[in-house]
Design a protein around this ligand. Structure first.
Ligand SMILES: CN1CCN(c2ccc(C(=O)Nc3n[nH]c4c3C=[N+](C(=O)[C@H](O)c3ccccc3)C4)cc2)CC1
Length: 325
């Protein structure tokens, strides 16, 4: 396949597999089965299109899919990174992980086919939930907890499979829909981590890192374990309960590294309960071994959700209705 014939880069992988073998690992989809319809998302991660995939499991109706286009002029390095990630991703199967369907390659473009998530990313969704004055927002505390439980379950699966995401953040989670049956899923496994993305920071000339989502041992010593993702998940809890605020408001990445290394932490979001706050606080324990694992986190969130009947409560102006009467 000419696209991969570039010097170095991916061709350094292909001698390991003759392409028939890699087809067993990653589903290589013929380009003529794909119809690209329209762009649905655009960010530094590249462009994502809505498209249709024909002949899936001998179905008559084509399957709606998300198509992520890797620019053909991307570096050889990112091409080979992409393939390594694709091989890993194609092994992950979980209701809270965005399904990786396969790739499509031709002489000048590389398509990533992924499960279509029509609700957009989690951060944008919770920001849209802030009310603009008149009507109470459309989500309750119960709904917010549901979103966090979905993400925690996805992280628990990654933990069980010894997969470290390294970039757990609300911006990297997607929603199946915006409506009441929404399901949150983890996406964007670093395949297209792009240096131009705003939340990343070049630390003394090294790779770009999302400092505000990272524990001290990661941004100081470059140590990444599943407990790195636990810290990031604590930040996701804070992002969800502040309805999409940027962590450490007003602080630069450098200031955050100093602040956190000295024990500084994010404050409790207004309409977040004390027990939810102590859970996110535990995710930010200095020593990784003192942080909970994702099994504990999921169980704890489910308990919190059960402990008080929150379904009646709506969030008004970023506060729970309890704060109003
Ligand atoms: C009024 N609203 C405006 C926003 N709108 C959207 C905005 C964006 C999307 C979207 O990108 N959906 C995706 N489905 N599957 C994948 C997607 C992205 N993927 C990726 O892999 C992307 O890299 C990615 C990953 C995580 C987060 C964002 C982007 C895989 C859908 C609806 C709904 C209606």
């Amino acid at each position: 396949t000419p696209f991969l014939s570039g010097s170095g880069g991916v061709s350094s992988i292909s001698p390991l597999y003759d392409w028939s073998q890699i087809n067993d690992i990653i589903h290589i989809i013929p380009r003529n089965k794909i119809t690209v319809k329209r762009m649905i998302g655009k960010g530094a991660f590249g462009e994502v299109y809505y498209g249709l995939l024909a002949d899936v499991a001998r179905q008559q109706t084509p399957l709606p899919v998300a198509i992520k286009m890797l620019p053909s002029l991307c570096s050889e390095q990112s091409k080979s990174e992409f393939f390594v990630e694709a091989v890993l991703l194609s092994k992950l199967r979980h209701p809270n992980i965005v399904k990786f369907l396969g790739i499509s390659v031709d002489e000048n473009s590389l398509y990533l086919l992924l499960e279509l998530m029509e609700g957009g990313d989690l951060k944008s969704f919770v920001r849209e939930c802030r009310i603009n004055g008149e009507v109470p927002s459309k989500v309750s505390i119960y709904d917010l907890l549901n979103l966090c439980i979905d993400v925690a379950k996805g992280c628990e699966y990654l933990e069980q499979n010894r997969f470290i995401h390294r970039d757990i953040a609300a911006r990297n989670c997607l929603l199946s829909e915006k409506g009441p049956n929404r399901v949150a899923k983890i996406a964007d496994f670093g395949m297209t981590k792009n240096v131009f993305r705003t939340n990343y920071y070049r630390k003394n000339g090294k790779a770009m890192v999302p400092v505000k989502w990272m524990p001290p041992e990661a941004f100081h010593d470059g140590v990444f374990t599943t407990k790195t993702d636990v810290w990031g998940f604590g930040i996701v809890l804070w992002e969800v309960f502040t309805l999409g605020r940027i962590p450490y408001p007003g602080k630069s990445n450098n200031e955050v590294m100093t602040f956190v290394a000295k024990g500084g932490r994010l404050d409790k979001p207004d309409q977040c309960s004390q027990e939810t706050y102590s859970l996110m606080f535990e995710c930010w324990m200095d020593k990784p071994e003192d942080r909970p694992n994702f099994r504990n986190i999921t169980e704890e969130l489910i308990q919190i959700q059960k402990s008080s009947d929150l379904s009646q409560e709506t969030i008004i102006n970023g506060k729970s209705s309890r704060d109003y009467n």
